[in-house]
Design a protein around this ligand. Structure first.
Ligand SMILES: Cc1ncc(COP(=O)(O)O)c(C=O)c1O
Length: 316
């Protein structure tokens, strides 16, 4: 089925702007632009709104009244899922891993302002959490829908295939796109979308977790291409992956902190220590290594993360 024929609910503000970062471009010696998906228009913005427009449309079509999702205690995805589900009149229930900052700070604060049912589970295995969703859902006796961690299945990834289509329509020709990769859907969607709508663009995924993204990325791309009925040769896709995790998922890195400082002091824009700071540090490293030609145009995806910014100790 063609992308335009998928059920989609309008939740956010699109297209998000693309802006040239003049001061950063001078500093790095290459033209750097930013795609403002921190301005997607629900909550404090962020990439998940694009995925949720497809996932929650599917939930609604399937008659769901309750929407479950999961992530770490400070998951931006979980907070945005709750915000979007509430906007649609559904009941969100978040079953989060009891890992990271669990107190009423950052995204947990936003969830309490929305009055969301949040349950913390002491496990490192998402299988336990998905089983708990089924247990709770069946006990409630209401139709429910489970959204995986990060909204990263094939359907959610369509949000970023659509973002690539949006970038193409915005009219600036780019050579590179750089994004954070945390559960895979954003990168997979952009890499597939680049094959379909942005020929010649190389997509760079900056891995902020330790999952096997070299397998996850092409698998999600293949599954999303199958949904779209697109016969593309994923093995020939032009993308790279780079390990920017540093000391661990959701633990800030020295390079990430420097990148956040550079963006804040030169452009007045705020990145977060878990995703976008580490991703932008990857872009800076590539520029310093000479990976870009002086006349290249590089687009950095600002995928949000503001909620988490207020729940991380930067001096850790
Ligand atoms: C702010 C932010 N940026 C990037 C990502 C990574 O996106 P994905 O999970 O699709 O890899 C996330 C995921 O939670 C996020 O919250």
């Amino acid at each position: 089925m063609a992308l335009k024929d998928f059920a989609k609910v309008s939740l956010g503000c699109f297209p998000t702007p693309i802006q040239r970062l003049d001061a950063i471009s001078r500093e790095l010696g290459v033209s750097v632009y930013i795609k403002r998906d921190d301005l997607t228009g629900v909550g404090l913005g962020g990439n998940k709104v694009r995925k949720l427009e497809y996932l929650l449309a599917d939930a609604r079509e399937k008659g769901a009244e309750v929407v479950f999702t999961t992530g770490g205690a400070q998951s931006n995805h979980a907070m945005l899922t709750a915000a979007c589900a509430l906007k649609m009149g559904m009941t969100p229930i978040l079953i989060l891993k009891k890992r990271g900052v669990t107190g009423p700070l950052g995204n947990r604060l936003l969830e309490s302002l929305m009055g969301v049912d949040v349950r913390l589970m002491d496990t490192d295995d998402y299988a336990d959490i998905y089983a708990e969703m089924d247990r709770v859902g069946q006990a409630l006796g209401r139709p429910y829908y489970k959204i995986p961690c990060g909204g990263s299945n094939a359907l959610g990834s369509l949000g970023y295939v659509d973002c690539a289509r949006e970038i193409a329509a915005q009219g600036i020709r780019f050579d590179h796109i750089v994004c954070a990769e945390g559960s895979g859907g954003t990168m997979a969607g952009l890499a597939l979308g680049a094959m379909l709508y942005l020929p010649g663009v190389r997509v760079h995924g900056m891995m902020v977790d330790t999952d096997p993204f070299d397998r996850i990325t092409p698998r999600l791309m293949r599954e999303a291409a199958a949904l779209l009925g697109e016969d593309v040769d994923i093995a020939s896709a032009d993308y790279t992956l780079r390990d920017m995790c540093g000391p661990g998922y959701a633990i800030s890195s020295a390079e990430g902190k420097d990148a956040i400082g550079l963006m804040a002091s030169k452009e007045g824009l705020f990145l977060d220590p878990v995703y976008t700071g580490k991703a932008f540090a990857g872009l800076i490293a590539m520029a310093k290594e000479g990976a870009f030609r002086p006349d290249d145009r590089v687009l950095f995806l600002h995928s949000g993360g503001a909620g988490g910014l207020f729940a991380v100790k930067m001096d850790e």
